[in-house]
Ligand binder design. Structure first.
Ligand code: ADP
Ligand code: ASP
Ligand code: MG
Length: 470
């Protein structure tokens, strides 16, 4: 089998984790799998890099120096453990040092200019993966697993939406085939940087936070892999975020449709777009635990398996704002809904949820809070005349809200799910601000205040008995 395996930050973040990675790779090779390895930056590194870049824009270069020291120390520890005082280690550390020099030079430039562009942020954000690839490659080689590092700017071709670039399928297929197949044919393991790509002109981009998952499925599709395995630090996709409900437990099987709702609505375990290439190419995806590799984890395929459960999981996505356009003139003004959506679309904002009251007197939608000033401004421009004439009220925003999504293919055709859902929230005195049901009927999404979110997740988890194994 050809398997693309991706290891996340925690799974490559320590000596203990990297020891597991080597074992898992050795085991895979023993089973005669051909493996493409995709690695994230060591845990914490991307945050350090991005934070330092932002501080540099505000005139602070000290944070970059501190970040450099912390990142260097992390890689020094792991390379020392696995490679000892060898020439291989010296080569790896020299590569890492060159990337850290680049990082400091970029931060210096940002401080001097007082400007941090999305393009620069992508170059800096992707450095962690570029530092990790030489170290993982050397560690595998040292363990007698032939491996060859490769930077994904040579493989994944994207558009130029810095910060959340979208892959160009055909160009990527050609580059991935040309770049990876010869390595596989030599019976070697390509070790690829997650998270990053480049435009056709070669400008580095990133696929959005958590994007290494996406890198793995993009490459899986490009190569026609048999499976994609996402190795992380939990036993698969769980009934909810285990940090909110410790009794959450792993779900053995999900369909592409179910995971796409869950990841879109905040299940951090998989990047929100990552399932798309796998779904397109019908490639099974497994979510597995690096620290408990014998656990079967979650298998994701086209069909939902029969389950006596209507609701399988609940997620929460924080830092959201609700924007409302309303007014007595809403019904009488032709095209106002269209103009509203066009104005939002112009800002290139990700709208997560839309809900329109049946009276047609209001439209509200939910966007990430960081985008809300742009969205409101664009709406005010577009609707200025109507607002002036009092046909519409001033655009309203409500911050500190959270979207909850309740997901399960069995909800379709199971009567009473919403009754139970709202009953449970009512008993906890949780105010539901807005509701939307996905047309798939696999998902009911609702908006609650930030302060109610965790309580609401617990109430839903309990109501649908998600803590019970099945
Ligand atoms: P990685 O670095 O391996 O990509 P992430 O931190 O991005 O790992 O994602 C895994 C984490 O996602 C878990 O440790 C868990 O805390 C969190 N998480 C949130 N929701 C879920 C969920 N529904 N199922 C599993 N994990 C979840
Ligand atoms: N290192 C990147 C991030 O922290 C990508 C990833 O981990 O998937 O967002
Ligand atoms: Mg992740």
């Amino acid at each position: 089998m050809l398997i693309v395996m991706k290891f996340g930050g925690t799974s490559v973040g320590s000596v203990k984790a990297l020891t597991k990675v080597v074992d898992i790779m050795a085991d895979g090779r023993q089973r005669d799998h051909q493996i493409v390895l995709v690695v994230s930056a060591m845990s914490g590194v991307t945050n350090l890099l991005l934070d330092a870049a932002e501080k540099a824009e505000d005139g602070d270069e000290k944070t970059a120096h501190q970040a450099r020291a912390l990142i260097a120390a992390k890689h020094e520890e792991t390379t020392r453990h696995f490679l000892g005082e060898t020439s291989q280690r010296a080569v790896v550390m020299a590569e890492i040092k060159a990337l850290l020099d680049e990082f400091e030079a970029l931060c210096h430039g940002i401080r001097v200019l007082g400007e941090l562009t999305p393009r620069a942020l992508d170059v800096i954000g992707g450095l962690g993966e570029r530092m990790n690839v030489p170290q993982v490659t050397a560690i595998l080689n040292r363990a007698n697993i032939p491996a060859q590092g490769i930077v994904a700017t040579q493989l994944i071709v994207t558009d130029d939406r810095f910060g959340s670039a979208v892959p160009l399928v055909e160009a990527t297929a050609a580059r991935a085939e040309a770049g990876l197949r010869p390595i596989l044919n030599k019976d070697s393991v390509p070790v690829v940087t997650g998270f990053i790509g480049a435009t056709e002109g070669g400008i580095p981009t990133t696929l959005g936070r958590g994007g290494s998952d996406y890198s793995a499925t993009i490459l899986g599709r490009a190569l026609g892999a048999d499976e994609v395995w996402i190795w992380t630090d939990v036993n698969g996709v769980m009934t909810t975020d285990p940090r909110i409900v410790p009794a959450a437990h792993p779900i053995s099987h999900l369909s592409y449709a179910e995971i796409s709702e869950l990841s879109f609505f905040g299940a951090k375990v998989l990047h929100s777009q990552a399932i798309r290439p796998a779904r397109r190419a019908q490639i099974p995806v497994r979510i597995l635990n690096t620290f408990e590799p014998e656990h079967p984890g979650t298998l994701i395929t086209a069909e939902a398996l029969e389950s006596n459960r209507a609701v399988k999981a609940v997620t929460a996505i924080k830092h959201m704002s609700l924007v409302t356009v309303e007014g007595p003139g809403m019904v009488g003004i032709p095209g106002v809904a269209g103009r509203t959506f066009t104005a939002v679309a112009k800002t290139d904002t990700n709208v997560l949820m839309i809900s329109q009251a049946s009276s047609e007197q209001s439209i509200c939608f939910v966007v990430p809070s960081r985008d809300v000033p742009r969205v409101v401004k664009s709406l005010e421009n577009e609707l200025a005349r109507e607002i002036d004439r009092r046909d519409l009220e001033p655009v309203k925003r409500e911050d500190n809200t959270v979207i909850l999504a309740v997901v399960g293919s069995g909800m379709k055709g199971t009567p009473g799910v919403s009754g139970r859902l709202f009953g449970a929230l009512g008993r906890e005195r949780i105010n539901v601000i807005a509701i939307a049901q996905g047309s798939s009927e696999f998902n009911i999404s609702l908006v609650v205040a930030r302060g109610d979110a965790d309580k609401a997740v617990r109430a839903i988890h309990e109501e649908f008995e998600l803590e019970k194994p099945y």
